[in-house]
Ligand binder design. Sequence first.
Ligand code: PMP
Ligand code: GLN
Length: 385
Amino acid sequence: MIRSKIPNIGVSIFAEMSELSAQHGAINLSQGFPDFGIPQDLIAASHKFMSEGFNQYAPMQGVLELRRQISKKKLKDYGHEYDPNDEITITAGGTQALFTVIATTVHEGDQVIIFEPAYDSYGPVVKLFGGNPVYVELKAPDYAVDWTEVKKLLSSQTRLIILNTPHNPTGSTLKDADMQALSRLVLGTKIMILSDEVYEHIHFGDAPHESVSKYPHLVDRSFVVNSFGKMYNATGWKMGYCSAPAKLMKEFRKIHQFVVYAVNTPNQYAMAEMLNDENFLPNLSGFFKEKRNFFLKLINEIGLKPLPTDGTYFQLVDFSEVTTLKNMDLAKKLLIDFGVAAIPVSAFTHNTPKSGVLRFCFSKNEDTLIAAAERIAKFYNSIKV
Ligand code: PMP
Ligand code: GLN
């Protein structure tokens, strides 16, 4: 009989909620994906490269033209030049990049710092490779990192710190002071950093996105993960990339080649063409800030309590003052009885503590958000005491 390598891990919350949503014909604000189209130019470019015969294996590390464009973009955005030859690899989405970084860095018994709530894949994959997650709680309402607490948890076994900014599910972002504090903590250690920056272009504050690539003490020890799913709203294309100094990337590629070898060829050329044209670089922050504000207005009108968010296309809403229903019970009641799918924030923690907080994805057309808000209002009125 098969012996599970990750016992106690079930089906991903995103699969579970999207399936339940489809079963009940609900409006799906759970799994994060847009309900609007991707740029027509991207579709045209993909067709063009398929028709022109770019249909065989791409190079293992990715199409060079795309890696060149990414290198140019990183230099422009963060002032650090990654060598397209040996510091950038194209992956099957951010998810595969995250998996491969953890597989590359974590040995049996290593400790990995994970800030919770956390994206669902980090902890299970660390365990899969024999690592021990060390969880640090981000506390509501601002979900900021307490670096003094992190310092106390570091040990000679600490191998990796996983960052995620802007942060899914809370929408919080790391600031310059966080990066300075982290730089001081890791200086002189062998600790590596996995920086999940898939929402780099969806942030709403005045301060710019703080990438580890901007910080000399961090960039040398960091793997950065990005996703084209977020940049061009094409989550179904499952294309992303990982950037890291050559000595780290060399090891990453040794594993990448046996996980996927290479990813979709024509779409890599299509992405390269998009990135090469300034006109195709979307103003995602402006676009999503409008959507966020639109959704916030609807939520406030209901009388519900949204938590502050600074980025991503997720909004947390706190129901704890109006109901004693917890976690999945709350999400399931909203889904099954009122027809809106959301994700309970407890799904992003390993020990499901108390929570009456749901995550809603607002990467949707206004009509979808209005229809969802009408249903959420009915739900609210039914649970309010
Ligand atoms: N990291 C975070 C924080 C995410 O929210 C997601 C999902 N969108 C990913 C990684 C994975 O990205 P992809 O869909 O490109 O695999
Ligand atoms: N990143 C998306 C979310 O947080 C979905 C990812 C997935 O489906 N695995 O909802």
